[in-house]
Ligand binder design. Structure first.
Ligand code: 7TS
Length: 420
């Protein structure tokens, strides 16, 4: 196991993070399930929401609810101001150059579909190649397959090694004359691997190939600066970032977004409509047809405010400690095999047993109050690569503790006893 850090004791920074104070901000964590304290280790699927986010949603619907960009009345102006302030906040959060580069979407899935259908159908043609990796979530595979079917392009796949790391030499080999787009994940949801995306972008840009990064699993753990990454598109979901479901972000470089046609037609994305011709709105509205998830955008901004109030060095040290502690504890369970042992990882541990199914482990853990995900994690090609039908996955967030990992370990032992 290549965990690049010492697990014996948390560093002084890890000790300094007041996790019990953080936990108090998340009301759901006080719950019991099946009579046991909730141990929520399914943060890769969605993370829990701090009170400040719940309050923002409540306040919006209690005092501001109205449609945006159209009313002249007080509430509409207030809702519009709140929504646009949220866009500004998100722009700063990812360090985009302008708020025009921040498109509100439903989530990572919609962001990738937008780029595939708008950019892909406009700028790619028959015979062109799109590169993804072998560790993608289905939402960064299927939209490209659909595009390939539509235009006759070809999907190429960067392989991963046995630790679940991208094989960069193979990527170099795949990049060629025909490559017209690269779309890879920043962090793998099934393996936890942090992908060296700066190298991915640099090598693609040497050939003038644009790069989309799927940041769904990265934003809750890593500081993301789209200018530093130099990527062309960056997609993420609010709900994995302690914000609401149903809202997410597509960042795109304005030169590219400007050149792209709208993804969907409807209200708000136009400047003038006649039956002869429609003129589209300016960025970012050109890509925001219809009434958006206004409360969602405002709630996502509240989540970003919440995170801004934390010391990220301490959060990172704490998450590092959780991963190392859990890796060591799980590795000592007889017969347990961790899938995903990259040197650079976030707090995600996928594991299997030869003779006990992932779902059975998940079911017993649930009885102990422990929420994990069992299955293919919408990354079936990863399961195929490792020759397993499914894994049990524990994914950590900043509010998790070593004690919760101890409960997880005890639960796994119980499952092994039951299914022996
Ligand atoms: N990309 C990655 C890397 C993801 O982990 C997910 C969701 C998505 C895209 C899709 O995000 P959505 O918000 O549009 O659905 N991943 C998971 C998961 O690991 N368990 O449940 C959802």
């Amino acid at each position: 196991m290549k965990v690049a850090h010492d697990i014996a004791t948390p560093g002084p920074l890890a000790e300094a993070l007041d996790v019990s104070k953080i936990r108090a901000d998340f009301p759901i964590l006080k719950q019991k399930v099946h009579g046991k304290p909730l141990v929520y280790l399914d943060n890769g699927a969605t993370s829990q929401k701090p009170q400040i986010v719940i309050d923002a949603l409540n306040r919006y619907y209690s005092t501001e609810n109205s449609n945006i960009h159209r009313g002249v009345h007080f509430l509409s102006e207030r809702a519009t101001a709140g929504y646009e302030a949220a866009r500004q906040k998100i722009k700063s959060f990812v360090n985009a150059r302008s708020e025009q580069e921040i498109i509100f979407v439903r989530g990572t899935t919609e962001a990738i579909n937008l780029v595939a259908q708008s950019y892909g159908r406009t700028f790619l043609k028959k015979g062109d190649e799109i590169i993804v990796s072998a560790m993608e979530h289905h939402s960064n595979i299927v939209p490209w397959q659909m595009l390939c079917e539509q235009i006759g392009a070809r999907l190429r796949v960067i392989p991963i090694n046995h630790d679940g790391e991208l094989v960069l030499d193979e990527y170099r080999r795949l990049l060629g004359e025909k490559t017209k787009l690269v779309s890879v994940t920043h962090v793998s949801n099934a393996l936890g691997t942090i992908v060296p995306v700066k190298d991915i972008v640099r090598l693609a840009h040497e050939r003038n190939v644009p790069v989309l990064l799927d940041g769904a699993q990265a934003v809750p753990h890593l500081k993301v600066d789209v200018q530093e990454l130099a990527c062309d598109f960056y997609a993420f979901s609010g709900h994995k970032l302690f914000g609401p479901t149903g809202v997410g972000i597509l960042y795109g470089r304005s030169e590219l977004l400007d050149a792209m046609p709208p993804y969907q037609g409807g209200g708000d994305m136009i400047s003038l409509v006649t039956f002869e011709k429609t003129h589209y709105n300016v960025l970012p509205y050109k890509f925001e047809a219809g009434t958006p998830h206004i409360a969602g955008g405002i709630g996502l901004a509240a989540a970003i405010d919440y995170l801004a109030g934390l010391d990220w060095e301490r959060v990172a040290a704490h998450e590092h400690d959780l991963l190392a502690y859990a890796t060591s504890a799980l590795s000592s369970i007889e017969g347990l095999r961790i899938i995903g042992t990259a040197r650079e990882k976030v707090g995600v541990i996928s594991f299997v047993f030869d003779h006990v199914h992932a779902h059975d482990v998940g079911t017993i853990l649930d009885q102990e109050g422990v929420a994990v995900r069992a299955g293919h994690h919408c990354a079936m090609p990863v399961m195929q690569r490792f020759g397993v039908p499914a894994t049990t996955r524990a994914s950590f967030a900043l509010y998790n503790t070593r004690e919760e990992i101890d409960v997880l370990v005890r639960g796994i032992h119980r499952a092994l006893k039951v299914f022996k």
